[in-house]
Design a protein around this ligand. Structure first.
Ligand code: B12
Ligand code: SF4
Ligand code: SF4
Length: 285
């Protein structure tokens, strides 16, 4: 927490039984006994730039979300906090500690951070497929440290249920590429840690990576918008001029609308009551 984090939780590796091959904590750090997860809230001031972009037509302001709400600063902030925790563990206990990548800009993926955050008791899966916490809804990002030290685990999140997709379907409705199924469709992913909507990730990339003009880029870079393959996404990203790629290998900050409009975590007080958003009905995309 002294490194600017808002949350921290601990899990034993028994909660990762269902991880796919290669993605279990012990596949990354042999002898791993504990998974530590740190979490960072997103700035309301950064999230609201998505409302400026998609309610007020100010696509030019999206750099604010890209820089302070997504991969640039939050991911590096998490990366440095994970590094500090790992150094402290190795210096003070002699155990091994491996801080993991927090996202694409910090070089790849080792294990599922979403599952780790739920396993460490920080929140539950929201229907939108990412982790929602009582204080910030889905507006948080997480970092993971694996260690051979045995640490007492936190209980799984036991507070009131945060997401009821049968009553709320905001994430499904605001998604501009229909990547989040409706609750009635029965399209889910499920494991012992929870159930959530089966998000169509390559469709999400059409919006997140900004592959169509309506997401504020210069051209329509993709034709197959219904069921793009990972290869279609790669080819579309490769067509973009270097001026549209930002600091990352390719952009992926153009959307985030599901995260921005989810009502959990005081959305009304933070955004509607302060007139930072007119609500999902004001969306123009
Ligand atoms: C690549 C990526 C994307 C890609 C592809 C998504 C995907 N495949 O998950 C795209 C660009 C689409 C994307 C979009 C977004 N992302 Co993203 N993304 C990632 C990243 C870097 C890797 C995901 C991945 O490949 N994981 C590896 C595979 C193995 O894990 P998985 O997909 O989660 O797991 C599946 C299986 O392998 C298996 N599984 C894997 N491990 C385990 C373990 C157990 C115990 C079990 C039971 C099962 C299991 O179950 C899953 C379902 O099949 C993660 C960071 C990370 N390392 O997890 C962030 C991450 C998931 N993204 C994040 C965010 C915020 C977003 C966006 C909101 C960004 C935006 N546009 O503004 C959107 C949300 C879209 C949505 N509604 O889900 C955050 C979520 C934070 C949170 N609150 O939970 C993460 C965790 C980054 C972070 N450091 O915080 N993302
Ligand atoms: S980030 Fe955008 S495109 Fe991706 S699932 Fe969320 S709302 Fe849909
Ligand atoms: S927008 Fe509604 S349905 Fe979607 S995750 Fe948030 S609370 Fe659940």
């Amino acid at each position: 927490m002294s490194h600017g984090m808002d949350m921290c939780g601990f899990s034993g590796i028994d909660r990762f039984d269902e991880a796919p091959p290669g993605r279990h904590p012990t596949d990354v750090l042999p002898g791993c006994k504990s998974v530590i997860v740190v979490g960072l809230r997103l700035l309301d001031g950064a999230v609201q730039s998505n409302f400026r972009a998609y309610e007020d037509g100010r696509q030019d302001l999206k750099g604010l979300y890209a820089t302070y709400g997504y991969t640039t600063v939050p991911n590096f902030h998490l990366t440095y906090a994970c590094y500090a925790v790992a150094q402290a563990i190795e210096r003070q206990t002699g155990h091994t500690a491996a801080p993991l990548s927090t996202g694409p800009m910090t070089n790849g993926t080792q294990i599922s951070i979403r599952h780790s955050a739920v396993a460490a008791g920080l929140g539950e899966f929201g229907w939108l497929g990412i982790v929602i916490t009582p204080r910030f809804g889905p507006r948080n990002r997480f970092g993971v440290i694996l260690t051979t030290a045995e640490i007492e685990p936190d209980p799984l999140y036991q507070g009131p249920k945060l997401c009821d997709p049968q009553k709320c379907r905001i994430c499904t409705d605001v998604c501009p590429v229909n990547a989040i199924p409706s609750c009635e469709s029965g399209e889910t992913r499920s494991c012992k840690l929870g159930t959530y909507g089966k998000v169509h990730y390559t469709r999400c990339q059409i919006a997140s990576d900004g592959l169509l003009k309506k997401f504020g880029v210069e051209d329509d870079y993709i034709e197959n918008v219904d069921d793009p393959s990972p290869e279609d996404i790669r080819a579309a990203n490769a067509k973009k001029p270097i001026s549209e790629r930002g600091l990352q290998h390719h952009e992926s900050w153009h959307c985030g609308l599901c995260l921005s409009y989810c009502p959990v975590g005081g959305w009304k007080e933070r955004f509607l009551d302060r007139e930072l958003s007119g609500g999902a009905s004001s969306l123009k995309v």
